[in-house]
Design a protein around this ligand. Structure first.
Ligand code: SME
Length: 159
């Protein structure tokens, strides 16, 4: 599991990226790279963004193995659930969750945090781990923080 120091360092680096990246796309690309490189148990890290028509979740920037799930309807998967509920979903054992859409047979646990901009869900940050129950409260805070800085960037871009 990541240590508190790793989590704090990652948070600080993300805060730095939020000030240096010129666009939300640049920020999302940098965040997935940072989390994947720095956090040993984050084996797949990616953003899905809501797109019309549908709406549907469209895979955006990611690090890790290619996934067959590049477009996910809102009534499918852990990804669809997080966006539909507008709240973070943590699954400690994906094999016991009927909503789970398999991406890699190695994945054991998953967390998905919605990205909000102007009070609306506009996408989400998805992290998969090969370790069961990999995501503790501190990981959840880090991932939600990453989702929130992207949301703020999108809000600023639209203003
Ligand atoms: N497992 C996700 C699908 C996306 S892949 O993990 C990258 C889900 O159940 O929605």
């Amino acid at each position: 599991m990541p240590t508190s120091t790793q989590i704090q360092e990652a948070e600080q680096e993300v805060a730095q990226l939020a000030t240096t990246c010129a666009t939300a796309n640049e920020l999302m690309a940098a965040i997935v790279k940072l989390l994947h490189r720095k956090m040993p148990h984050y084996n797949w890290v990616g953003f899905y963004m809501l797109e019309e028509p549908g709406p549907v979740l469209q895979l955006g920037f990611f690090e890790g193995a290619p996934t067959p799930h590049t477009r996910i309807p809102l009534n499918q998967g852990i990804c669809g659930a997080a966006v539909s509920q507008g709240e973070t979903v943590v699954v400690d054992d994906v094999s016991s969750d009927p909503r789970y859409l398999a991406c890699s047979i190695e994945t054991k646990s998953e967390i998905v945090a919605p990205v909000f901009a102007d009070g609306q869900v506009v996408g989400e940050l998805d992290v998969d781990s090969h370790t069961p129950a990999a995501f503790a409260l501190e990981d959840r805070r880090l991932i939600e923080y990453c989702a929130s800085v992207v949301g703020k960037h999108l809000e600023n871009a639209g203003s």
